[in-house]
Design a protein around this ligand. Structure first.
Ligand SMILES: *[C@@H]1O[C@H](CO)[C@@H](O)[C@H](O)[C@H]1NC(C)=O
Ligand SMILES: *[C@@H]1O[C@H](CO)[C@@H](O)[C@H](O)[C@H]1NC(C)=O
Ligand SMILES: *[C@@H]1O[C@H](CO)[C@@H](O)[C@H](O)[C@H]1NC(C)=O
Ligand SMILES: *[C@@H]1O[C@H](CO)[C@@H](O)[C@H](O)[C@H]1NC(C)=O
Ligand SMILES: *[C@@H]1O[C@H](CO)[C@@H](O)[C@H](O)[C@H]1NC(C)=O
Ligand SMILES: *[C@@H]1O[C@H](CO)[C@@H](O)[C@H](O)[C@H]1NC(C)=O
Ligand SMILES: *[C@@H]1O[C@H](CO)[C@@H](O)[C@H](O)[C@H]1NC(C)=O
Length: 799
């Protein structure tokens, strides 16, 4: 039988020059990214930090925060303890200080550091005996993490002379470890929240009175991030102090929740610690679950823990399979149902902008670039990221056709408190690619921070992006994360200690609150302690039984994922690999960079899908009326004229394909829960028919497939106009009763694996049963037909 490969089909590439590149003219930026220029950018970033910090010290200290517009101290709402929006991260414990000890070290503000350290040392006794109800998660990541980070840096780092850090010697010599005592003190106040009968922590605790005085309304809904994330800081606290209970309790929670994942390997977002029940069946990557994935990956790095890596890769694979949308010009991960993977919401949230940073850290660079691009388009539109941004307008499709969209239509939650996540990811991407595009983004953000977001006593974000009304609050992460990541972005000369050689091999990570953390072997007091031991039956055993309020047999650590059943295709010469295993086994390189080491050359102009998200999301990327309506003033981040002239080496290759006008939809066969059992593998060696990079599936059941429908005269995702001849050429005669339609299907994604070009999916011959016969068939040349439409890139393998 003759099988014709698709590569023999000629795709006509009609190329359009992006007209708006030429339209950009006047510019207010003069970027060059020379050493001097970058130094002046980090100098300006530091000046902003000093402005915020000095304002806090003058008007806020020793309270938690300073209000940036009115220059007042700000702390917990004592009148209304249920005001959790305000109180969760405020304990009347000088929060801005605790969250910024390491920022002061990074910025080399030694006088300020010395001052607050001596204040903390004098006041440490009773500092945390505050009659305030705080959220355990926020207090752990901001304050406990801040204390641990500063302790580790001061203890481990400057034993030897470090160039550029001579000024810190005196502080290091006088440091006696009291920050760890403080962290331990705080940890002891927080850990009772984990000692529940269900081993699911209650989300809040009173720092002075414990669990007793917390109203039930503040204890019902815990989120997955909140319950699982403290495992990292708490495990580190156990290892540094030798008191294993922090690690023990948070591990019980972690593995208990993970073992209750859905059959699609997805965890929901809300749980009730009292009734021991999940409260929803929704998952995603943003608020309420974000740092669960982040800490699975980061714990695996920090503690060299393979089980944690398994949680991350399993989750990432599940999200690629069920949540990820797009792939060519952009990638977004909307919220979905954990049981069937159906999309639940038409928005993505501001917190999820961290995701591309995590993708970089875990080697998924191409995905990271495609994810980050979406948040960049949002920034370009709103000069901020709405807390929730509607990416697509689902309802009532017919009505929508006529609708004229406004900016407000795409803003679901309207505030922007200067969150760091987009800048954080920009920093990761710059370190991984060295593409000046990311410096350009940083410069644009810096400019906005200096102008629009500057306030008399610090920096303030927006209460309402729709009308530009400002917010009289500067949360501790503005100084501790937003400005920290921006400062680190501009550190091209590696002057900050984190970028220096002696950090190599430390397996350090940024906590989810941007605190650098690592664990030196000499600091680990639980090194040889088998206190928490998981045996080959997955039983958790511990040495101190009294601590347990529930029989331990109800917990198990089930990290093993069912392996696909591999079908023998009777061909010794064909080698297959798991496409997912491969993607986690090496770090990707910048996909569009010609020469990876050429600094000062952007690879973006070679990525011809760079502008495609402008079209995909055009109804959701409309500027509010109070902002300038064009980008002709150079206020855009992406490829403005000045940037283009300097960093593309005057290459005129920038081309944009036409927008695809084809429809995409999802097809599913069989029980969705079979997905984890069905084999999808990648061919690595050529045989007579299959070529390397082709995919292999033994059968069609348990496949979740995204298809593109190719119809005459439409432009497809490869920028080709579909012709009648092309469709006819695939419709080989066959005996079944199916009538051919004037359309062809192309598989774009199969169980989370994207197919980009010329790849074929191969499967074994099958017989359609009677019910299916009118819908499914095979053409004479071995292609699948679904309801009269031939599938372009799926072939049956007759060995
Ligand atoms: C850019 O350079 C021009 C001319 O040298 C100058 O007038 C302008 O102020 C500069 N813009 C910025 C943002 O520095
Ligand atoms: C920025 O640079 C100027 C000029 O070199 C210097 O006077 C100033 O102290 C620097 N600011 C910071 C925050 O380093
Ligand atoms: C909050 O902390 C400040 C400074 O440490 C202290 O003076 C004040 O009494 C505390 N407020 C309350 C209500 O405990
Ligand atoms: C291990 O932890 C237990 C419980 O805290 C403690 O009693 C024991 O001394 C520890 N062993 C070592 C070697 O640190
Ligand atoms: C460990 O688990 C196995 C199988 O689940 C069970 O049979 C055994 O009793 C458990 N052992 C202990 C010590 O709990
Ligand atoms: C772990 O998961 C596998 C597959 O879902 C299951 O067969 C096994 O029983 C689980 N182990 C425990 C201890 O529950
Ligand atoms: C398989 O064949 C293709 C096309 O003939 C070739 O480009 C590729 O390098 C081959 N791959 C291997 C692994 O031999």
């Amino acid at each position: 039988m003759l099988l014709k490969r698709l590569s023999s089909v000629i795709f006509i590439h009609l190329i359009l020059l992006c007209t708006f590149i030429n339209a950009l003219d006047s510019l207010s930026f003069n970027s060059s990214f020379t050493k001097e220029h970058l130094r002046s950018l980090s100098n300006e970033t530091k000046s902003l930090f000093i402005h915020g910090w000095d304002s806090y010290m003058k008007y806020g200290f020793p309270f938690d925060e300073v209000r940036p517009i009115t220059c007042e101290a700000y702390g917990p709402d004592y009148k209304n303890v249920e005001n959790s929006v305000r109180n969760d991260a405020m304990g009347n414990i000088s929060s801005t200080v605790l969250d910024n000890l390491d920022t002061l070290i990074i910025m080399k503000e030694y006088d300020q550091l010395e001052y607050v350290l001596s204040y903390l040392k004098e006041n440490q006794v009773g500092l945390f005996d505050q009659n305030t109800i705080v959220q355990v998660f926020e207090t752990t990541i901001r304050h406990l993490g801040g204390l641990l980070s500063a302790h580790i840096i001061l203890t481990d780092l400057f034993k030897n002379k470090v160039k550029g850090y001579e000024g810190i010697r005196k502080i290091v010599e006088n440091y006696d470890g009291f920050l760890l005592d403080m962290a331990y003190d705080l940890g002891l106040k927080l850990i009772p929240s984990y000692k529940t009968s269900t081993n699911i922590p209650v989300p809040r605790i009173n720092l002075l009175k414990g669990l007793k005085s917390v109203p039930p309304s503040l204890q019902r809904d815990a989120c997955t991030s909140g319950a699982t994330t403290p495992i990292l800081e708490f495990t580190l606290l156990s290892k540094l102090t030798g008191d294993y209970q922090f690690q023990y309790y948070t591990s019980l929670t972690w593995w208990k929740l993970w073992s209750s994942k859905s059959e699609l390997n997805l965890l929901p977002m809300t749980i009730d610690p009292i009734s021991n029940q999940w409260k929803d069946s929704i998952t995603g990557i943003g608020a309420s679950i974000d740092s669960f994935y982040e800490y699975a990956a980061k714990s695996s790095i920090l503690f060299n823990d393979d089980s944690m890596w398994n949680v991350y890769t399993t989750s990432y694979k599940a999200l690629l399979t069920h949540s990820a949308q797009g792939g060519l010009g952009s990638l977004i991960f909307p919220n979905i149902n954990i049981n069937d993977g159906v999309v639940f919401s038409d928005w993505i949230d501001s917190l999820s902008a961290f995701w591309s940073g995590l993708q970089v850290l875990t080697g998924q660079l191409t995905d990271a670039i495609r994810t980050h691009v979406v948040y960049m388009k949002i920034w370009n539109t709103f000069e901020s990221i709405p807390e929730r941004w509607i990416f697509q307008h689902f309802d009532n499709k017919k009505k929508l056709k006529k609708k004229v969209f406004k900016a407000d239509d795409s803003i679901n939650l309207e505030w922007y408190p200067l969150r760091p996540e987009f800048i954080e990811s920009t920093y990761y991407l710059y370190r991984a690619t060295k593409d000046p595009m990311y410096l350009n983004i940083g410069e644009r953000i810096l400019h906005l921070l200096k102008t629009k977001y500057s306030a008399p006593c610090g920096l303030c974000g927006l209460q309402n992006i729709k009308n530009g009304i400002r917010q009289n609050r500067m949360e501790t992460f503005v100084l501790g994360e937003t400005l920290k990541y921006l400062y680190l972005l501009f550190d091209e000369e590696n002057e900050v200690f984190l970028h220096q050689d002696f950090m190599k091999g430390k397996n350090w990570i940024f906590s989810t609150e941007a605190h650098p953390l690592w664990l030196d072997k000499n600091m680990d007091k639980l090194k040889d302690n088998k206190t928490i031991f998981i045996d080959s039956h997955d039983n958790v055993t511990i040495s101190n039984k009294e601590l347990i309020s529930k029989p331990i047999s109800s917990f198990y650590r089930n990290v093993s994922i069912v392996q696909p059943f591999y079908v023998d295709i009777n061909n010794e010469n064909v080698y297959k690999i798991d496409p997912f295993a491969e993607r986690f086994n090496y770090c990707q390189l910048n996909p569009w960079q010609k020469s990876p080491n050429s600094f000062l050359e952007s690879s973006y102009y070679r990525w011809n899908a760079f502008f495609s998200s402008d079209y995909s999301f055009k109804n959701s990327l409309i500027k509010p009326r109070y902002l300038p309506q064009t980008s002709l003033d150079g206020s855009t981040m992406e490829l403005n004229r000045n940037f283009y002239d300097k960093f593309t080496m005057f290459d005129t290759d920038l081309i944009c394909p036409r927008v695809a006008t084809t429809l995409f939809y999802e097809v599913f066969w069989g029980d969705i829960k079979l997905i984890n059992e069905v084999e999808v593998s990648e061919i690595v060696s050529n045989d007579t028919l299959m070529l390397s990079n082709d995919l292999w599936v033994p059968n069609l059941y348990g496949l979740r497939i995204v298809v593109e429908e190719l119809v005459i005269d439409k432009v497809d995702s490869f920028n080709t106009v579909i012709t009648e001849e092309y469709i006819n050429s695939l419709q080989h005669q066959q005996e079944s009763e199916i009538k051919f339609e004037k359309a062809v299907l192309r598989i774009k994604k199969i169980n989370g694996v994207n197919l980009y070009s010329n790849q074929i999916v191969w499967t074994l011959p099958f017989e359609a049963n009677n019910e299916e016969k009118s819908a499914i068939g095979i053409t004479d040349d071995g292609r699948l037909i679904i309801q009269g439409k031939v599938v372009e890139n799926l072939l049956v393998y007759y060995s």
